[in-house]
Design a protein around this ligand. Sequence first.
Ligand SMILES: Nc1ncnc2c1ncn2[C@@H]1O[C@H](COP(=O)(O)OP(=O)(O)OP(=O)(O)O)[C@@H](O)[C@H]1O
Length: 360
Amino acid sequence: MSFLEISGLTKHYGPVAALAGIDLSAASGSRTAIVGPSGCGKTTLLRLIAGFEAPDQGRVVLDGQVLANGGHAVPAHRRGIGLVAQDGALFPHLSIADNIGFGMARGEDQRPERIAELAYTVGLDKAILKRRPHQLSGGQQQRVALARAMAMKPRLMLLDEPFSALDTGLRASMRKAVAELLEAAGITTILVTHDQAEALSFASQVAVMRDGKFSQVGTPRELYLQPKDRMVAEFLGDAIILPAKVSGGFATSSLGRIAVDSKERRDIARIMLRPEQVQVNRTSREGMSGPPGTIFAEVTDSEFAGSMCTIAVRLLNNPDPPDAAAIGNTPLILRKPGIDTPAVGEIVRLTVSGKAHVFA
Ligand SMILES: Nc1ncnc2c1ncn2[C@@H]1O[C@H](COP(=O)(O)OP(=O)(O)OP(=O)(O)O)[C@@H](O)[C@H]1O
């Protein structure tokens, strides 16, 4: 049995099925990220694990201890679980130092030193320890909430969008620092986030949730490169999805002959590539020659966004797609380094690298 075992968890609010049968296992010390559209049940799941609400049905078992079994539940304060809520939920009447030290014993050895150390770890200046929560920015408050949860040395840490109020640079460095801190302390963690890159980089296990259920659970690479369906694929990033004729480990599609991740499949199927698998080189109408199978396209839209640009292209030579009507004139959306952004009307040569994923 894993450190955390959740099985058959359901929760209704009136007619709304917030959770419709959740199963999840997490190994001791692991990090799991839960992603999904707004309202799919992510916060409800964390609240049930934390013990703020009881499930209608299902079990939550932590380290062999049954925390919830249907309506029978261990109270939240006896679970040894830390929850960092979306809004931080700090105690407004306490100083920042006392907020961080809230769960520490009053007489705990080196209490001030530990508070200062935790504040430092989450990137907070010592000078703010005397302030009250309302004197801090939203991002600073989130970091205090994290430090407070860490101070309690929980068995399980639940993080509900803890980095959402931070700007991009700080968000990435905080994510790394918090991951390292949790790793060093060996604390099993579940992170809820809207940010796909955050989920894929923070966790060793990712669960994509929709309508109160998990659509797919797996490693970040599995979910990104071998998503179960279009919804999972598109939730974790941009995807190029094409009809193709699949046989012997290859697919014939509008992007030519591409290696696929299934040797056994032999049918008409949908294949998926990530945009970064398609290399885009600028050329000209005069330069449109190359070995058979070379794919050329015309840029129909171009958007510069700093380090990368996003372009839409219309394929100019279609090597017999099996289902041309399904492609129609839908442009492909691709990316390339922003420093080399092509203009609308330019001709580009496309080269696919790696394998395409065949959908079931
Ligand atoms: N206390 C409640 N009473 C009634 N309905 C609720 C309650 N809490 C949640 N819901 C409903 O349950 C569903 C799941 O809500 P939940 O907050 O878990 O979603 P979420 O995935 O965390 O959303 P977000 O990403 O927007 O925070 C929603 O339809 C929501 O409106």
